[in-house]
Design a binder for this molecule. Structure first.
Ligand code: RAM
Length: 367
Protein backbone atom coordinates (compact mmCIF):
# COMPACT_ATOMS: atom_id res chain seq x y z
CA UNK A 1 0.00 0.00 0.00
CA UNK A 2 2.89 2.37 0.78
CA UNK A 3 4.35 1.77 -2.67
CA UNK A 4 0.95 2.47 -4.19
CA UNK A 5 0.50 5.69 -2.21
CA UNK A 6 3.93 6.85 -3.34
CA UNK A 7 3.06 6.08 -7.01
CA UNK A 8 -0.26 7.85 -6.68
CA UNK A 9 1.33 10.98 -5.21
CA UNK A 10 4.07 10.92 -7.83
CA UNK A 11 1.52 10.53 -10.64
CA UNK A 12 -0.59 13.34 -9.15
CA UNK A 13 2.42 15.65 -9.10
CA UNK A 14 3.36 14.70 -12.68
CA UNK A 15 -0.15 15.09 -14.03
CA UNK A 16 -0.77 18.43 -12.33
CA UNK A 17 2.50 19.84 -13.63
CA UNK A 18 1.68 18.56 -17.13
CA UNK A 19 -1.76 20.10 -16.98
CA UNK A 20 -0.65 23.45 -15.55
CA UNK A 21 -1.14 25.94 -18.35
CA UNK A 22 -3.69 23.81 -20.24
CA UNK A 23 -6.36 26.10 -18.82
CA UNK A 24 -9.81 25.21 -17.49
CA UNK A 25 -10.30 22.84 -14.64
CA UNK A 26 -13.63 21.48 -15.78
CA UNK A 27 -15.16 22.77 -12.57
CA UNK A 28 -13.29 20.21 -10.53
CA UNK A 29 -11.35 21.17 -7.44
CA UNK A 30 -8.82 18.41 -8.17
CA UNK A 31 -5.53 19.12 -9.93
CA UNK A 32 -6.60 16.81 -12.72
CA UNK A 33 -9.81 17.78 -14.52
CA UNK A 34 -12.79 15.45 -14.52
CA UNK A 35 -13.07 13.53 -17.76
CA UNK A 36 -16.16 14.76 -19.60
CA UNK A 37 -18.73 12.02 -20.14
CA UNK A 38 -18.85 12.69 -23.84
CA UNK A 39 -15.15 12.68 -24.62
CA UNK A 40 -13.70 9.67 -22.87
CA UNK A 41 -13.48 6.37 -24.67
CA UNK A 42 -11.32 3.29 -24.55
CA UNK A 43 -8.00 3.90 -22.91
CA UNK A 44 -7.88 7.46 -24.15
CA UNK A 45 -9.40 9.17 -21.10
CA UNK A 46 -7.26 11.55 -19.09
CA UNK A 47 -5.52 10.41 -15.92
CA UNK A 48 -7.15 11.54 -12.70
CA UNK A 49 -5.23 10.09 -9.79
CA UNK A 50 -6.85 9.53 -6.43
CA UNK A 51 -5.97 11.97 -3.72
CA UNK A 52 -6.54 11.89 -0.01
CA UNK A 53 -9.30 13.82 1.71
CA UNK A 54 -13.03 13.41 2.33
CA UNK A 55 -15.30 11.82 -0.26
CA UNK A 56 -14.66 14.99 -2.27
CA UNK A 57 -11.01 14.11 -2.83
CA UNK A 58 -11.71 10.71 -4.32
CA UNK A 59 -11.83 9.46 -7.87
CA UNK A 60 -14.74 7.38 -9.09
CA UNK A 61 -14.75 5.60 -12.45
CA UNK A 62 -17.64 4.29 -14.46
CA UNK A 63 -17.01 1.79 -17.24
CA UNK A 64 -19.91 1.20 -19.61
CA UNK A 65 -20.40 -1.70 -22.02
CA UNK A 66 -19.29 0.26 -25.10
CA UNK A 67 -19.10 3.62 -26.83
CA UNK A 68 -21.80 4.80 -29.21
CA UNK A 69 -24.79 3.58 -27.18
CA UNK A 70 -27.09 6.41 -25.99
CA UNK A 71 -28.33 4.28 -23.07
CA UNK A 72 -24.76 3.96 -21.78
CA UNK A 73 -24.22 7.69 -22.22
CA UNK A 74 -27.31 8.43 -20.10
CA UNK A 75 -26.12 6.08 -17.34
CA UNK A 76 -22.69 7.76 -17.38
CA UNK A 77 -24.31 11.21 -17.35
CA UNK A 78 -26.24 10.39 -14.16
CA UNK A 79 -23.15 8.88 -12.55
CA UNK A 80 -20.98 11.87 -13.36
CA UNK A 81 -23.57 14.36 -12.14
CA UNK A 82 -23.75 12.81 -8.66
CA UNK A 83 -20.00 12.33 -8.32
CA UNK A 84 -19.36 15.97 -9.19
CA UNK A 85 -22.16 17.17 -6.88
CA UNK A 86 -20.38 15.27 -4.11
CA UNK A 87 -17.12 17.01 -4.99
CA UNK A 88 -15.46 13.87 -6.33
CA UNK A 89 -13.55 13.41 -9.57
CA UNK A 90 -15.31 11.31 -12.18
CA UNK A 91 -13.72 9.25 -14.92
CA UNK A 92 -16.04 7.96 -17.64
CA UNK A 93 -14.82 5.17 -19.89
CA UNK A 94 -16.80 3.84 -22.84
CA UNK A 95 -14.77 0.91 -24.27
CA UNK A 96 -14.44 0.77 -28.02
CA UNK A 97 -16.29 -2.54 -28.32
CA UNK A 98 -18.81 -4.42 -26.16
CA UNK A 99 -16.24 -7.09 -25.29
CA UNK A 100 -14.59 -8.35 -22.12
CA UNK A 101 -11.13 -7.75 -23.61
CA UNK A 102 -11.86 -4.07 -24.18
CA UNK A 103 -13.04 -3.75 -20.56
CA UNK A 104 -9.98 -5.58 -19.16
CA UNK A 105 -7.67 -2.96 -20.75
CA UNK A 106 -9.80 -0.16 -19.33
CA UNK A 107 -9.75 -1.74 -15.84
CA UNK A 108 -5.97 -2.11 -16.02
CA UNK A 109 -5.51 1.53 -16.94
CA UNK A 110 -7.83 2.57 -14.08
CA UNK A 111 -5.77 0.46 -11.65
CA UNK A 112 -2.63 2.29 -12.71
CA UNK A 113 -4.41 5.62 -12.28
CA UNK A 114 -5.16 4.67 -8.69
CA UNK A 115 -8.90 5.34 -8.74
CA UNK A 116 -10.90 4.73 -5.56
CA UNK A 117 -13.74 2.85 -7.20
CA UNK A 118 -14.88 1.28 -10.45
CA UNK A 119 -18.55 0.93 -11.30
CA UNK A 120 -18.84 -1.33 -14.36
CA UNK A 121 -21.57 -2.58 -16.74
CA UNK A 122 -20.02 -5.94 -17.55
CA UNK A 123 -19.70 -7.40 -21.01
CA UNK A 124 -19.06 -10.85 -19.54
CA UNK A 125 -19.94 -12.43 -16.23
CA UNK A 126 -16.64 -14.26 -15.60
CA UNK A 127 -13.98 -12.93 -17.95
CA UNK A 128 -13.30 -9.76 -15.94
CA UNK A 129 -12.57 -11.64 -12.71
CA UNK A 130 -8.76 -11.55 -12.80
CA UNK A 131 -8.64 -7.83 -13.64
CA UNK A 132 -11.25 -6.94 -11.01
CA UNK A 133 -9.50 -9.04 -8.36
CA UNK A 134 -6.31 -7.18 -9.13
CA UNK A 135 -8.22 -3.93 -8.65
CA UNK A 136 -9.62 -5.14 -5.29
CA UNK A 137 -6.08 -6.11 -4.19
CA UNK A 138 -5.12 -2.49 -4.82
CA UNK A 139 -7.93 -1.31 -2.54
CA UNK A 140 -10.28 -0.26 -5.34
CA UNK A 141 -13.99 -0.71 -4.61
CA UNK A 142 -15.97 -2.56 -7.27
CA UNK A 143 -19.66 -2.42 -8.00
CA UNK A 144 -21.60 -3.23 -11.14
CA UNK A 145 -24.39 -1.32 -12.77
CA UNK A 146 -26.80 -2.53 -15.50
CA UNK A 147 -24.93 -5.81 -16.18
CA UNK A 148 -23.13 -7.73 -13.45
CA UNK A 149 -20.01 -9.83 -13.03
CA UNK A 150 -20.04 -12.95 -10.86
CA UNK A 151 -20.41 -12.57 -7.10
CA UNK A 152 -16.69 -13.08 -6.41
CA UNK A 153 -15.70 -10.20 -8.69
CA UNK A 154 -17.92 -7.49 -7.20
CA UNK A 155 -18.98 -6.02 -3.89
CA UNK A 156 -22.52 -5.36 -5.07
CA UNK A 157 -24.61 -4.75 -8.18
CA UNK A 158 -26.91 -1.83 -8.98
CA UNK A 159 -29.68 -3.62 -10.83
CA UNK A 160 -32.32 -1.68 -12.77
CA UNK A 161 -35.18 -3.96 -11.74
CA UNK A 162 -35.71 -7.53 -10.61
CA UNK A 163 -34.60 -10.01 -13.27
CA UNK A 164 -37.75 -12.13 -12.98
CA UNK A 165 -39.91 -9.04 -13.02
CA UNK A 166 -38.36 -7.91 -16.32
CA UNK A 167 -38.64 -11.44 -17.79
CA UNK A 168 -42.29 -11.67 -16.76
CA UNK A 169 -43.18 -8.21 -18.17
CA UNK A 170 -41.57 -9.03 -21.50
CA UNK A 171 -43.14 -12.49 -21.72
CA UNK A 172 -46.55 -11.02 -20.96
CA UNK A 173 -46.03 -8.37 -23.65
CA UNK A 174 -45.15 -11.04 -26.25
CA UNK A 175 -48.26 -13.00 -25.23
CA UNK A 176 -50.50 -9.96 -25.43
CA UNK A 177 -49.14 -8.57 -28.70
CA UNK A 178 -49.11 -11.96 -30.47
CA UNK A 179 -52.64 -12.79 -29.37
CA UNK A 180 -51.27 -15.63 -27.25
CA UNK A 181 -49.92 -17.90 -29.97
CA UNK A 182 -47.48 -18.26 -32.85
CA UNK A 183 -43.80 -17.76 -33.66
CA UNK A 184 -41.73 -15.15 -31.91
CA UNK A 185 -38.02 -14.35 -31.73
CA UNK A 186 -35.63 -12.51 -29.47
CA UNK A 187 -33.14 -9.98 -30.81
CA UNK A 188 -30.57 -9.58 -28.05
CA UNK A 189 -27.34 -7.65 -27.53
CA UNK A 190 -24.10 -9.72 -27.33
CA UNK A 191 -24.22 -13.44 -26.56
CA UNK A 192 -22.11 -12.81 -23.42
CA UNK A 193 -24.14 -9.91 -21.98
CA UNK A 194 -25.00 -10.91 -18.41
CA UNK A 195 -28.08 -8.73 -18.15
CA UNK A 196 -29.70 -9.77 -21.45
CA UNK A 197 -28.87 -13.43 -20.81
CA UNK A 198 -30.47 -13.26 -17.37
CA UNK A 199 -33.62 -11.63 -18.80
CA UNK A 200 -33.81 -14.22 -21.59
CA UNK A 201 -33.48 -17.05 -19.06
CA UNK A 202 -36.22 -15.42 -16.98
CA UNK A 203 -38.45 -15.26 -20.07
CA UNK A 204 -37.78 -18.92 -20.81
CA UNK A 205 -38.69 -19.82 -17.24
CA UNK A 206 -41.87 -17.76 -17.42
CA UNK A 207 -42.70 -19.46 -20.74
CA UNK A 208 -42.99 -22.82 -18.99
CA UNK A 209 -46.35 -21.71 -17.65
CA UNK A 210 -49.16 -23.47 -19.54
CA UNK A 211 -50.55 -20.04 -20.45
CA UNK A 212 -47.69 -19.56 -22.93
CA UNK A 213 -47.75 -23.07 -24.42
CA UNK A 214 -48.97 -21.88 -27.83
CA UNK A 215 -46.05 -19.51 -28.22
CA UNK A 216 -43.06 -20.80 -30.15
CA UNK A 217 -39.66 -19.13 -29.58
CA UNK A 218 -37.94 -19.74 -32.93
CA UNK A 219 -34.54 -18.08 -32.33
CA UNK A 220 -32.45 -15.86 -30.10
CA UNK A 221 -30.47 -13.62 -32.47
CA UNK A 222 -27.60 -11.35 -31.41
CA UNK A 223 -27.12 -7.85 -32.82
CA UNK A 224 -24.19 -7.15 -30.45
CA UNK A 225 -25.67 -3.74 -29.56
CA UNK A 226 -24.46 -2.52 -32.96
CA UNK A 227 -27.10 -0.75 -35.06
CA UNK A 228 -26.04 -2.32 -38.38
CA UNK A 229 -25.70 -5.84 -37.05
CA UNK A 230 -29.05 -5.50 -35.25
CA UNK A 231 -30.63 -4.34 -38.53
CA UNK A 232 -29.12 -7.30 -40.42
CA UNK A 233 -30.27 -9.74 -37.76
CA UNK A 234 -33.82 -8.36 -37.89
CA UNK A 235 -33.90 -8.76 -41.66
CA UNK A 236 -32.56 -12.30 -41.34
CA UNK A 237 -35.31 -13.18 -38.82
CA UNK A 238 -37.95 -11.84 -41.19
CA UNK A 239 -36.71 -13.90 -44.11
CA UNK A 240 -36.10 -17.09 -42.10
CA UNK A 241 -39.45 -17.14 -40.32
CA UNK A 242 -42.33 -16.11 -42.59
CA UNK A 243 -44.88 -16.77 -39.84
CA UNK A 244 -43.08 -14.64 -37.28
CA UNK A 245 -45.52 -12.56 -35.23
CA UNK A 246 -43.43 -10.75 -32.63
CA UNK A 247 -39.81 -9.79 -32.05
CA UNK A 248 -38.79 -9.00 -28.47
CA UNK A 249 -35.56 -6.98 -28.22
CA UNK A 250 -34.36 -6.58 -24.62
CA UNK A 251 -31.80 -4.00 -25.69
CA UNK A 252 -32.24 -0.33 -26.55
CA UNK A 253 -29.93 -0.64 -29.56
CA UNK A 254 -31.65 -3.77 -30.88
CA UNK A 255 -35.21 -2.51 -30.44
CA UNK A 256 -34.39 0.76 -32.19
CA UNK A 257 -32.85 -0.99 -35.20
CA UNK A 258 -35.68 -3.54 -35.40
CA UNK A 259 -38.36 -0.84 -35.11
CA UNK A 260 -36.98 0.94 -38.13
CA UNK A 261 -36.72 -2.22 -40.25
CA UNK A 262 -40.29 -3.27 -39.42
CA UNK A 263 -41.87 0.16 -39.80
CA UNK A 264 -40.02 1.11 -42.99
CA UNK A 265 -41.12 -2.18 -44.56
CA UNK A 266 -44.67 -1.92 -43.21
CA UNK A 267 -44.13 -5.38 -41.82
CA UNK A 268 -47.03 -7.04 -39.99
CA UNK A 269 -44.47 -8.33 -37.45
CA UNK A 270 -44.78 -6.45 -34.17
CA UNK A 271 -42.11 -5.46 -31.71
CA UNK A 272 -41.67 -5.08 -27.97
CA UNK A 273 -38.76 -5.08 -25.53
CA UNK A 274 -36.64 -2.49 -23.74
CA UNK A 275 -36.18 0.86 -25.46
CA UNK A 276 -35.30 4.49 -24.88
CA UNK A 277 -38.40 6.69 -25.29
CA UNK A 278 -36.32 9.32 -27.13
CA UNK A 279 -35.35 6.78 -29.79
CA UNK A 280 -38.63 4.88 -29.93
CA UNK A 281 -41.33 7.58 -29.86
CA UNK A 282 -41.82 7.53 -33.63
CA UNK A 283 -42.35 3.75 -33.64
CA UNK A 284 -44.80 3.46 -30.74
CA UNK A 285 -48.45 3.26 -31.68
CA UNK A 286 -51.47 0.96 -31.70
CA UNK A 287 -52.11 1.06 -35.44
CA UNK A 288 -50.61 -0.73 -38.46
CA UNK A 289 -48.39 2.27 -39.21
CA UNK A 290 -46.35 1.73 -36.04
CA UNK A 291 -44.13 -1.26 -35.33
CA UNK A 292 -44.12 -1.19 -31.51
CA UNK A 293 -47.38 -1.18 -29.51
CA UNK A 294 -45.50 -0.72 -26.25
CA UNK A 295 -42.19 -1.40 -24.51
CA UNK A 296 -40.51 -1.10 -21.14
CA UNK A 297 -37.47 0.56 -19.58
CA UNK A 298 -36.32 2.42 -16.47
CA UNK A 299 -34.61 5.77 -16.06
CA UNK A 300 -31.00 5.28 -17.23
CA UNK A 301 -29.91 8.58 -15.69
CA UNK A 302 -31.23 7.44 -12.31
CA UNK A 303 -29.50 4.09 -12.79
CA UNK A 304 -26.20 5.94 -13.19
CA UNK A 305 -27.01 8.19 -10.23
CA UNK A 306 -27.67 5.18 -8.01
CA UNK A 307 -24.39 3.65 -9.26
CA UNK A 308 -22.62 6.81 -8.11
CA UNK A 309 -24.28 6.92 -4.67
CA UNK A 310 -23.38 3.24 -4.24
CA UNK A 311 -19.75 3.90 -5.24
CA UNK A 312 -19.51 6.80 -2.78
CA UNK A 313 -21.02 4.67 0.02
CA UNK A 314 -18.50 1.88 -0.70
CA UNK A 315 -15.56 4.27 -0.75
CA UNK A 316 -16.53 6.12 2.44
CA UNK A 317 -17.25 2.85 4.22
CA UNK A 318 -21.00 3.38 4.79
CA UNK A 319 -21.54 0.02 3.10
CA UNK A 320 -19.39 -2.96 2.23
CA UNK A 321 -21.90 -4.45 -0.18
CA UNK A 322 -23.24 -6.95 2.36
CA UNK A 323 -26.93 -7.87 2.61
CA UNK A 324 -28.75 -5.46 4.91
CA UNK A 325 -26.35 -2.53 4.35
CA UNK A 326 -28.30 0.72 4.01
CA UNK A 327 -27.34 4.05 2.52
CA UNK A 328 -28.87 7.31 1.36
CA UNK A 329 -29.01 8.09 -2.35
CA UNK A 330 -29.74 11.81 -1.90
CA UNK A 331 -33.10 12.85 -3.38
CA UNK A 332 -33.59 9.29 -4.65
CA UNK A 333 -34.20 8.17 -1.06
CA UNK A 334 -32.78 5.35 1.02
CA UNK A 335 -31.66 2.05 -0.48
CA UNK A 336 -30.82 -1.33 0.98
CA UNK A 337 -28.43 -3.98 -0.27
CA UNK A 338 -30.32 -7.25 -0.75
CA UNK A 339 -29.42 -10.82 -1.67
CA UNK A 340 -29.12 -11.51 -5.40
CA UNK A 341 -30.00 -14.80 -7.11
CA UNK A 342 -26.32 -15.67 -7.74
CA UNK A 343 -25.36 -15.67 -4.03
CA UNK A 344 -23.95 -12.14 -4.21
CA UNK A 345 -25.81 -8.92 -3.44
CA UNK A 346 -27.64 -6.24 -5.37
CA UNK A 347 -29.47 -2.93 -5.02
CA UNK A 348 -32.65 -2.62 -7.06
CA UNK A 349 -33.50 0.73 -8.64
CA UNK A 350 -37.23 0.08 -9.05
CA UNK A 351 -39.80 -1.57 -11.29
CA UNK A 352 -39.71 -1.55 -15.11
CA UNK A 353 -41.89 1.21 -16.57
CA UNK A 354 -44.27 0.70 -19.50
CA UNK A 355 -44.11 3.19 -22.39
CA UNK A 356 -47.18 3.19 -24.62
CA UNK A 357 -49.00 5.57 -26.99
CA UNK A 358 -50.66 7.32 -24.03
CA UNK A 359 -47.44 8.39 -22.30
CA UNK A 360 -44.62 8.23 -24.84
CA UNK A 361 -44.82 11.93 -25.67
CA UNK A 362 -44.31 12.81 -22.03
CA UNK A 363 -41.05 10.87 -21.97
CA UNK A 364 -39.46 11.28 -25.37
CA UNK A 365 -37.61 14.45 -24.39
CA UNK A 366 -36.59 13.15 -20.98
CA UNK A 367 -34.32 10.21 -21.96
C1 RAM B 1 -28.72 -1.66 -24.17
C2 RAM B 1 -27.62 -2.29 -23.35
C3 RAM B 1 -27.88 -2.16 -21.86
C4 RAM B 1 -29.31 -2.55 -21.52
C5 RAM B 1 -30.27 -1.74 -22.31
C6 RAM B 1 -31.71 -2.13 -22.00
O1 RAM B 1 -28.55 -0.30 -24.23
O2 RAM B 1 -27.48 -3.62 -23.71
O3 RAM B 1 -26.98 -2.98 -21.17
O4 RAM B 1 -29.56 -2.42 -20.16
O5 RAM B 1 -30.02 -1.97 -23.69
Amino acid sequence: MKRKLFCVLLCAAMVSSLLAGCGGGGGSSSAAPATPASSASGDGGSAAPATDGGSGGKTYAIVTKAAGNPFNEKVAEGFQKVIEEQGGTCIVRHPEAATADAQVSVIQSLISQGVNSICIAANDENALQAALEEARDEGINICCVDSKVNKDSRQTFVNQAGVNEIGQCLMEAVYDISGGEGDWAILSATSQATNQNAWIEAMKTAMQDEKYSKLNLVEVAYGDDEPQKSTDQTQALLSKYPDLKVICAPTTVGINAAAKVLQDNQSPVKLTGLGLPSEMAEYIGDDDAHSCPYMYLWNPVDLGRLGAYTSVALVDGTITGATGDKFSAGDMGDYEVVAADDGGTEIILGAPFKFDPANINDWKDVY
